[in-house]
Ligand binder design. Structure first.
Ligand code: NOJ
Length: 573
């Protein structure tokens, strides 16, 4: 591992404002599927550097990079071999420095993905643990246990991993280790001071290199407390999850770890930021988001909701209130590398309270049964995204959603990569469909992703959604995101909104932000008369007539000043 310490260059466009993250638009890059500079089929860091002008034109404040560390890719890079290096398949540390310099020079911050719940089984400490005897200090960095049964041939408990299949794997001398995810991802033992210290070193390593913040993977999983006699899966599932005392998830002690990280973040100016990926009860998010902890936490509530006015209203109200109470700002997300893209999700039947994973199950048919309504999905996704970008809080945008990219539902089984597909046969289609390399060009090798084939197969229709196809089209989804992200900058100083009543329509939401910014979204299929909302005179094209000026709309308004069904608009009145 090369360990040349460097200081980040200061650039004019980056201010030292410590609150830069509160209202930021953050673009998630899944590096291996973003842009491939050398034709090996895998996106890389020089590929990202080459696309900085694209990101600048898009108008994002920061990028979050999914893991770029050395990895056998048993879980798309969330199986980390070395936390303080770059995967040679996608670049070098020197190329990381070039990338970060180029992004900073463009005024774009960089958030790295930190994976502290588990390493990969190729990590040097796990290899040491395998070579060392039971009970040794090397084993004590992970969670090893003897098995049950006369010869210890049964796992220590019947727990299943999040990806399906057993949560314990046996090693050569007969002991078992715990992995909450794939067997290639052994869980760290966070009671071990060496583990704690090593992560502080990692935080400083990337912060010294200029990284502005961290997205913390499985932030609610680090602290564990396993009793001598382990509960069964049924007993575990029956335990309350929100009292801070569950053996595996969301334990109160996890916040001691983040308090020690906060001390490191505050060594920097501006302080490094962090956002927790914590799938916890909404009421338990505040501690992850506290100023003495990570500072911000993902709220996945909209991602788990249907395209429905009541659900959106209640989720937004709850989260804005909660963020205010915790002193943090909230986060909005519709898509990421773990879920069916929202342009497709909204073209499937309503979840009606079912888990968002239901989308992945429905797609087992390849999108034919139930059939995906592609047009409706895109129309709703555009409306929802525009509505969301008008909200106070940070907006997380997943690569490709700015193109309206649908999920690729029909990847052949033998070309899939996701362990959740292989560990859940016939139950889960897995997450490869949202990780297909981006189309940059209408045609050509891998639709402009790179000079060779892409590491996941792209469908023939991909070119229709390419950057090239959408770049000059004022009606494209790319144009919509560009316009919204540019206009949004005027909203970023204030963190409030006021809901306005919409008489007689419970499928329409309307709020106003200071400065007379109105955001309206029709969730149903019937148009709404903007004059009835006090926004008379509005028309497509942005012209001010006798009333409101349309700043951005997710679809054309009628000449009569009506906002069509499943459409959103920003207006100034
Ligand atoms: C959450 C990440 O987003 C997901 O992609 C990964 O598989 C798991 N954590 C395990 O690291």
């Amino acid at each position: 591992m090369t360990d040349t310490l460097r200081t980040a260059p200061s650039t004019e466009l980056l201010t030292d404002d410590p609150t830069w993250w509160r209202q930021a638009a953050v673009y998630q890059i899944y590096p291996r599927s973003f842009a491939d500079s050398n034709g090996d089929g895998i996106g890389d860091l020089p590929g990202i550097t080459a696309k900085v002008p694209y990101l600048t034109q898009l108008g994002v404040d920061a990028v979050w990079l999914s893991p770029f560390y050395p990895s056998a890719l048993a879980d798309g890079g969330y199986d980390v071999d070395d936390y303080r290096d770059v995967d040679p398949k996608i670049g070098t540390l020197a190329q990381f420095d070039e990338m970060i310099d180029a992004l900073h020079a463009a005024g774009i911050r960089v958030i790295a993905d930190l994976v502290p719940n588990h390493s990969s089984d190729r990590h040097v400490w796990f290899q040491e643990a395998l070579a060392a005897p039971a009970g040794s200090p090397a084993r004590a960095r992970y969670i090893f246990r003897d098995g049950l049964g006369d010869g210890g041939e049964l796992p220590p408990s019947d727990w299943t991993s999040i990806f399906g299949g057993p949560a314990w794997t046996r090693v050569a001398d007969g002991q078992w280790y715990l992995h909450s995810f794939a067997s290639e991802q052994p869980d760290w033992d966070w009671d071990n001071p060496e583990v704690r210290e090593d992560f502080l070193t990692t935080l400083r390593f990337w912060s010294d290199r200029g990284v502005d913040g961290f997205r913390v993977d499985v932030a609610h999983g680090l602290a564990k407390s396993l009793p001598e006699v382990l509960p069964s899966k049924a007993e575990l599932d029956a335990l309350p999850k929100a009292d801070g005392d569950h053996p595996l998830w969301d334990r109160d002690e996890v916040h001691e770890i983040y308090a020690s990280w906060r001390e490191v973040f505050d060594e920097y100016d501006p302080p490094r930021i962090a956002v927790a990926e914590a799938w916890v009860e909404p009421s338990r998010r505040a501690r992850y988001a506290s100023a003495s902890g990570l500072g911000q936490a993902f709220n996945f509530d909209l991602l788990e909701a249907d395209f429905d006015a009541t659900q959106f209203h209640d989720i937004i109200t709850y989260n804005l209130d909660a963020a205010e109470a915790s002193g943090s700002s909230t986060t909005w997300v519709f898509s990421n590398h773990d879920v069916v893209r929202h342009a497709t999700r909204y073209g499937l039947p309503a979840l009606d309270g079912r888990d968002v994973k239901q989308g992945a199950e429905w797609l087992l048919s390849g999108g034919t049964s139930p059939e995906v309504d592609v047009e409706t999905g895109l129309r709703r996704a555009r409306a929802a995204s525009l509505f969301m970008l008008g909200l106070p809080g940070s907006a997380y945008v997943y690569q490709g959603e700015e193109l309206g990219l649908p999920e690729v539902a029909d990847i052949p089984a033998d070309e899939r990569q996701d362990p959740s597909f292989f560990r859940n046969p016939g139950v889960d289609i897995g997450r490869d469909g949202c990780r297909v390399p981006l189309p940059w060009a209408c045609e050509g090798s891998s639709f402009g992703f790179g000079p060779g084939d892409a590491h996941l197969p792209q469908p023939s229709w991909f070119g229709e959604y390419s950057v090239e196809a959408e770049d000059a089209d004022p009606a494209s989804t790319l144009a919509l995101y560009r316009a919204a992200l540019a206009a949004r900058r005027d909203l970023q100083t204030d963190e409030t909104l006021e809901w306005l009543p919409v008489d007689g329509r419970d499928d329409v939401l309307h709020f106003v932000r200071p400065g007379g910014w109105h955001v309206v979204c029709v969730f149903g299929t019937e148009p709404v008369d903007l004059a009835a909302l006090g926004l008379g005179g509005a028309a497509s094209g942005g012209a001010v007539s006798d009333g409101a000026e349309v700043l951005v709309a997710s679809g054309p308004l009628s000449d009569a000043g009506q906002l069509p069904g499943e459409t959103a608009a920003w207006l100034r009145a």
